[in-house]
Design a protein around this ligand. Structure first.
Ligand code: CA
Length: 433
């Protein structure tokens, strides 16, 4: 029997709080889960710093990746199998792409990628195509199989239907993370009737479409995504921790460039600081390594690095106020000058952070970011774009909402140990209140 068709003698199941069970019968999938590159995802949290706001949010990218795999498996095996529009030969390719879609995520990806100018998608591709255990497993299926999997994840594959199952405005990735993140944070948003959505999904040549009768379940899904973004993903307290994290990395990089003598050499970061990251170095970093450095950097002589690390480790976060960059730039200039006068480096201690999201968008040809719309399959066989049928979705379509906050260390400003500082800090506080 060919490796790609090989089944395990007994089905393996993973207990999962969201999907109850994740089922594995295919030898290839089982072997991929066992690779060290996939196991590494256990050491990377799905929601980065969110656990400092919602203490339950300790779940990992490993959990999420299995969940996306399970949703895609159910779509294929329970809904698409036997339909003329579905090519059964694509089953394994689709499952592998679903399982591996987040493989290149690094520790606290959001800040980490910004500071070091990296992109996890490049690393996903590099792990799948490079000299790794994952590549070894995929290559046993076929010589060009790793490339096919990488192309689905990069959305460059001609197999548009499969791409849409893993990344589109209604895909297995979003359906898993919304429910999973809701479960682990404990919020009541993020829940929707996935069973119903799976049942009304239909394969078309270039995308998954939804039977009209399932429209209300899709509305619910879009609203829950909208709520999750503003209640969980963009929570100002998690963003405060994110600000600290990126400032720590900035500071460490800066010190390294200035030939600062670290008490504990940052070996794991050296190639990142030199901007010459190899795949091997990248794979060695996970959140436990990062947190180890934050722990020991508390003892560094550099007061900024040690203060920022101790804030992160002990969750002494920056406070925030609403900020409108269009109207308040003058105030920011004023504050920057006052911070400098007070001896608080504004580069690390006065930070504007912006978050923005587009809840759902329809297709506008020629626009930079063309988004594949969600199409409803009408009874007469026609397709209609969702926002033309649903008033609720229409109301939030194409509307980008942005939120800006100004972060600062309130405890520093409250400290008036020297008399000279009193007036200065009072002035700063009055600008921030
Ligand atoms: Ca994902």
């Amino acid at each position: 029997m060919s490796y790609s068709a090989e089944k395990l003698s007994e089905e393996k199941v993973f207990k999962d709080p969201v999907h109850r069970y994740v089922h594995v019968r295919d030898r290839v999938i089982w072997d991929l889960i066992g690779t060290k590159e996939f196991q590494r995802l256990r050491r990377i949290r799905q929601l980065g710093t969110t656990f400092l706001t919602f203490h339950g949010a300790e779940h990992s990218r490993f959990n999420h990746s299995l969940g996306v795999y399970e949703i895609v498996r159910r779509i294929i095996d329970d809904v698409f199998a036997g339909r003329p529009e579905w090519n059964a030969d694509d089953r394994l390719l689709t499952l592998c792409a679903a399982l591996l879609h987040d493989l290149g995520h690094g520790p606290f990806s959001h800040s980490f990628e910004k500071v070091f100018e990296l992109d996890h998608e490049d690393f996903t591709r590099a792990i799948i195509l490079g000299k790794t255990n994952v590549n070894h497993v995929l290559s046993r299926v076929g010589r060009d199989f790793p490339q096919k999997v990488a192309d689905i994840i990069a959305k460059t594959s001609e197999k548009k239907l499969i791409v849409s199952m893993i990344s589109s405005q209604i895909d297995a990735d979003r359906m898993d993370y919304l429910q999973r993140d809701a479960y682990y944070t404990g919020v009541s948003y993020g829940q929707f009737d996935m069973e119903r959505i799976l049942r009304v999904m239909r394969p078309r040549e270039d995308q998954v479409v939804i039977k009209k009768s399932g429209m209300h379940a899709v509305e619910d899904y879009i609203m829950s995504r909208y709520q999750m973004y503003w209640q969980v993903y963009f929570h100002p307290v998690s963003r405060s921790a994110e600000v600290l994290l990126s400032k720590i990395l900035h500071r460490a990089k800066q010190l390294f460039k200035e030939n600062y003598r670290f008490k504990h050499e940052p070996h794991h970061f050296t190639s990142f600081f030199y901007e010459q990251v190899t795949l091997a170095d990248y794979l060695k970093l996970d959140e436990s390594v990062i947190l180890y450095y934050f722990q020991i950097w508390q003892e560094e002589d550099d007061p900024i690095l040690s203060d920022l690390c101790s804030r992160f480790v002990n969750r002494n976060l920056f406070k925030y106020v609403e900020f409108d960059p269009a109207k308040e730039y003058k105030k920011l200039t004023q504050l920057t000058a006052l911070f400098m006068k007070a001896g608080i480096d504004p580069e690390y201690y006065l930070v504007v952070d912006s978050s923005s999201d587009l809840p759902y968008d329809f297709y506008r040809p020629g626009e930079e970011e063309e988004r594949l719309p969600i199409n409803l399959l009408m009874q007469n066989g026609e397709l209609r774009e969702l926002s033309r049928e649903s008033e609720i979705v229409e109301a939030i379509s194409g509307k980008r909402r942005t939120d800006h906050k100004l972060y600062y260390p309130a405890d520093f400003l409250a400290d008036e140990s020297s008399i000279g500082e009193r007036e200065l800090k009072k002035q700063i506080r009055s600008l921030l209140e």
